[in-house]
Design a protein around this ligand. Structure first.
Ligand SMILES: NC(=O)C1=CN([C@@H]2O[C@H](COP(=O)(O)OP(=O)(O)OC[C@H]3O[C@@H](n4cnc5c(N)ncnc54)[C@H](OP(=O)(O)O)[C@@H]3O)[C@@H](O)[C@H]2O)C=CC1
Ligand SMILES: O=C(CO)COP(=O)(O)O
Length: 340
């Protein structure tokens, strides 16, 4: 079923553009909002977004736009693919227009001062809106190239999940539903930190055993954290948990992995982020996660180790030594045996 009204996608970066294309391929008219009018005009004329998705043709059903108020007035369903540090400021002025809309966050980050996830910010700004989160192992470039892909739409609002499934589900893109919005969203935000570590390990030529240990212990850490905050640990066994962790920790296409790889090659954090020139949410997430883990006294040695390297002047060798010498632990100690 195609939506009668256009659908808005906010953010003309790699993920917004990839999702806009999918929606248009499914017969939807999409308004892809971006702040840069030159970029919008170039996409309109050339049907390509070379800065963020080089070589990918933009579907004729995608209309690049720059008037956010007009788009919000025209569209009931709105996908938000803005960086986490921009989302609140971009949407705050449109409180009234957002009432009653279906707002779906695609953004995988945590707000610095408040520790709020993006859908919680959407709730703050637009308490009258219907809110969901889309997350999963979803590298934008692969989606745009029609690699077979699955994702999760998570919301307490079943009807919203069904609307999003109807709009996005397609020949190369499967959309699963979940009612655990918090767990799905937390999984997407947390895994970015571990992708930085995985990229570093790859640059240092570490072996497959190391890679597997890192991913598995990362899953333990993020699940332990999420359970403490009240999420359902089972969500972390799904696409938005371990699924996204695997892809982001394994793929040189992940920007967080690329930042880690550059650090492993000896670049400073600033050099690594500048070389990337795109969003790597894991850097900011690391800072807020380390503080929160300390506040709640949650054991997160990988987060503490990466933080020590990036912000406390420790060397990688020192941190690896500390991690490997730490007191032995029980393997699966992060899923409570009752209560879920
Ligand atoms: N890329 C991916 O594979 C995936 C990304 N995500 C998530 O999606 C979110 C967006 O990432 P992605 O599309 O990849 O990012 P990109 O780096 O590819 O693009 C960022 C986009 O956001 C725009 N932007 C930045 N700041 C502002 C602002 N203050 N106001 C308006 N627009 C702004 C940029 O515009 P400009 O060019 O004008 O600076 C650009 O269009 C992130 O949270 C990411 O984790 C989720 C799944 C997959
Ligand atoms: O979230 C992603 C894949 O699911 C994209 O990861 P990066 O932001 O590291 O590219």
């Amino acid at each position: 079923m195609t939506e009668q009204q256009p659908i808005a996608v906010l953010g003309g970066g790699s993920f917004g553009t990839a999702i806009a294309n999918l929606l248009a391929e499914n017969g939807q008219h999409v308004q892809l909002w971006m702040r840069d009018s030159e970029q919008a005009e170039a996409i309109r004329v050339n049907r390509e977004n070379p800065r963020y998705l080089k070589g990918v043709k933009i579907h004729p059903g995608v209309e690049p736009v720059t008037d956010l108020a007009a788009s919000l007035a025209a569209c009931e369903m709105v996908f938000v693919a803005l960086p986490s540090n921009a989302l609140r400021n971009v949407l705050q002025p449109f409180v009234e227009q957002l009432a009653g809309k279906l707002l779906v966050s695609l953004t995988k980050g945590i707000e610095a001062q408040s520790f709020k996830l993006m859908s919680q910010i959407l709730e703050d700004i637009a308490p009258q809106a219907r809110i969901g989160v889309l997350s999963g192992p979803n590298l934008a470039k692969e989606i745009a190239e029609h690699a077979l892909t699955a994702t999760v739409i998570a919301s307490e609002d079943d009807a919203l999940c069904q609307r999003v499934q109807a709009a996005l589900h397609g020949r190369t893109f499967r959309v699963y539903a979940s009612s655990d919005r918090f767990g799905v969203e937390l999984g997407g935000a947390l895994k970015n930190v571990y992708a930085i570590i995985a990229g570093m390990a790859a640059a240092l030529g570490m072996g497959e055993n190391t890679k597997s240990m890192l991913i598995t212990r990362a899953l333990a850490e993020m699940t332990r954290f999420a359970v403490k905050l009240g999420a359902n640990p089972m969500t972390f066994l799904g696409l938005a948990g371990v699924g996204d962790l695997i892809v982001t920790c394994s793929s040189p296409k992940s920007r967080n992995y690329q930042v880690g790889f550059a650090l492993g090659e000896g670049l400073s954090l600033e050099e690594a982020v500048t070389r990337l020139g795109e969003v790597a949410e894991g850097v900011n997430t690391l800072k807020v996660l380390k503080a929160k883990a300390e506040e709640l006294q949650i054991y997160m040695p990988l987060v503490a180790g990466l933080h020590a390297i990036l912000f406390e002047g420790r060397t990688l060798t020192q941190v690896i030594e500390l991690l490997m010498r730490a007191e032995p632990k029980t393997d699966v100690d992060f899923i409570p045996t009752s209560g879920f």
